[in-house]
Design a binder for this molecule. Structure first.
Ligand SMILES: O=C(O)CCC(=O)C(=O)O
Ligand SMILES: [Fe+2]
Length: 265
């Protein structure tokens, strides 16, 4: 029987009592409902081959490939390894691939190796972040779009930043399944508000980046090998905390295609 408990107050559900290699429709429906409620789900103690992980991910939709990374055997599968703190592309608050016109709705990680301690992934609930703004600022942001760019990431992958993907998205995104609004900007990829100068955008964006990662919107997952963790990439920001030195940490990542967010009028 699927058992779900919370692992963090603002977001995060721990799912026990399921083997992700063989879930029936009733179990999947329970998991879907829990995902909409908790936004991040962790399934400890799984034993998944690459095919098992891909098959579970495909139950949620079509897989989406990363623009700078193509897996050798499975194009959509990214192998995340400890490349050292200086080269960690994920130690910042972000929504995966928000610089794409149609960013993934889900990112799903499966840990093959985890440090004894450290190397957590932190998450922040962007529905709460939006709810906690003043009504006046909410109204302004509902009418605003923002530019997201992969320029910085391109440099890390030694690609030409001029060719990096860029997209314009609404600053406030209505969740397709839940129906409520969420803040949709991130320090890693959001560069300016559409129609505003960069210098004009900076102050308000800096405030939003700070606000979006407030401790009372956050929870963390501490990894063990065999954990599968998935998050709603539409309304959750995440941050790979690199405090584990050179300890091995090996994770298989896949992402599921979402919908193109509708722009603010
Ligand atoms: O390794 C992690 O904890 C998160 C990885 C991540 O942010 C990513 O692959 O985009
Ligand atoms: Fe990420």
């Amino acid at each position: 029987m699927v058992e779900i408990t919370k692992f963090g107050a603002p977001l995060g559900g721990l799912v026990r009592g399921v083997d992700l290699r063989s879930i029936d429709d009733a179990e999947f429906a329970a998991i879907q409902a829990a995902f909409a409620e908790h936004l991040v789900l962790a399934f400890p103690g799984q034993d998944l081959s690459v095919e098992d992980q891909l098959a579970f991910a495909r139950r949620w939709g079509q897989l989406q490939q990363h623009p700078f990374y193509k897996g050798a055997d499975y194009p959509e599968l990214m192998k995340l390894q400890n490349r050292g703190k200086a080269k960690d592309p994920n130690e910042h608050w972000h929504s995966d691939m928000s610089y794409e016109l149609t960013p993934p709705k889900i990112t799903m990680l499966y840990a093959l190796e985890a440090p004894d301690i450290g190397g957590d992934t932190a998450f922040a609930n962007q529905h709460l972040a939006f709810d906690e703004l003043s009504a006046t600022l909410q109204e302004q942001l509902r009418a605003t779009n923002a530019v997201h760019s992969a320029e910085g990431l391109a440099r890390l992958y030694r690609k030409d930043p001029a060719d990096a993907p860029r997209a314009v998205h609404p600053v406030v995104r209505r969740h397709e399944d839940r129906g409520d609004e969420a803040l949709y900007v991130c320090r890693a990829f959001t560069t300016k508000f559409k129609g505003w100068r960069t210098s004009e955008s900076r102050g308000l964006l800096d405030f939003l980046f700070e606000h979006s990662a407030r401790p009372d919107f956050q929870s963390r997952h501490q990894w063990n090998a065999g954990d599968l963790v998935m998050w709603d990439n539409r309304s959750v920001l995440h941050y790979a905390v690199h405090d584990h030195g050179d300890d091995a940490r090996t994770i298989h990542r896949v992402q599921v295609q979402g919908e193109t967010p509708g722009l603010a009028a």
